[in-house]
Design a protein around this ligand. Structure first.
Ligand SMILES: Nc1ncnc2c1ncn2[C@@H]1O[C@H](COP(=O)(O)OP(=O)(O)O)[C@@H](O)[C@H]1O
Ligand SMILES: [Mg+2]
Length: 227
């Protein structure tokens, strides 16, 4: 898969709160070269999650464009956008969005089950090896795992198709030090890999450092931090 570049132009995501419209994120422009990674930082409520959803094709902005590889994500129809996202974007949600009654293996394989009823052996083997690498058991109920283990299941699911883009929402928040270090190591490895982009909302200085770039959001207004 070729490495995508990201170009955001005139992005504005507005919400209505008690009858008043406000801008949750407003971003004149953002360019990320193929293979570059960055952290989204800024205080709670500044729009980090909203921006990640917009970049993922999960939330259509009120105005502006999000183009990966020169192609506007929101110019596609919904099902084409979903298919594109499954292959190109691994999203790590802040609250994981795992199915607690299913095993870690079944959770990691969820993206594959959208495409085919039967998961092929190579995909299953990759899921198992990701879980093994992250030190999480493949069997048993995911809901019984620790928070750190569940975060690694979510990360393994995002990495299933080795997508060129990983978007992660505060992936080390409320993890113990060892789990946090494992998550940072995995994301840093992905960010270093040829043609891979990792964009993570984070307050974690270690993760921010490993991603190389930083975009600081302040009250819906983004500022590019200078290193
Ligand atoms: N679906 C929504 N409807 C209305 N307001 C929202 C919605 N999602 C987020 N917001 C508001 O938008 C702002 C930015 O939220 P968010 O992107 O979650 O910030 P962050 O991730 O930086 O904490 C906040 O004021 C939040 O309350
Ligand atoms: Mg958030």
């Amino acid at each position: 898969m070729s490495a995508p570049s990201l170009a955001v132009r005139g992005l504005d995501v507005r919400f209505v709160d008690r009858g008043k419209t406000f801008s949750a994120v407003s971003l004149e422009s953002l360019d990320v070269a193929p293979g570059e990674s960055l952290a989204l930082t800024g205080p709670s409520g500044c729009g980090k999650s909203t921006l990640l959803y917009a970049l993922a094709g999960l939330l259509k902005p009120s105005s502006g464009t999000v183009a990966w590889d020169g192609s506007d994500v929101y110019a596609r129809g919904e099902s084409a956008r979903d298919a594109w996202r499954r292959r190109n974007v691994g999203f790590v949600f802040q609250d994981f969005e795992l199915l607690p009654e299913l095993s870690p293996l079944r959770n990691v394989l969820v993206p594959a089950t959208f495409e085919r009823f039967r998961v092929d052996a190579a995909t299953r083997a990759r899921a198992e090896s990701l879980l093994e690498k992250f030190g999480v058991p493949a069997r048993g109920a995911t809901g019984a795992l620790s928070r750190g283990e569940r975060q690694r299941v979510a990360l393994a699911r995002a990495l299933l198709f080795d997508p060129p883009v990983i978007l992660a929402d505060e992936p080390t928040a409320s993890l113990d030090a060892a789990s946090g270090a494992a998550v940072i190591a995995a994301l840093a490895e992905q960010a270093r890999a040829e043609g891979r982009t990792v964009i993570a909302a984070s307050h974690d200085p270690l993760l921010i450092k490993r991603l190389g770039g930083e975009l600081r959001l302040e009250r819906g207004q983004a500022k590019m931090a200078t290193a």
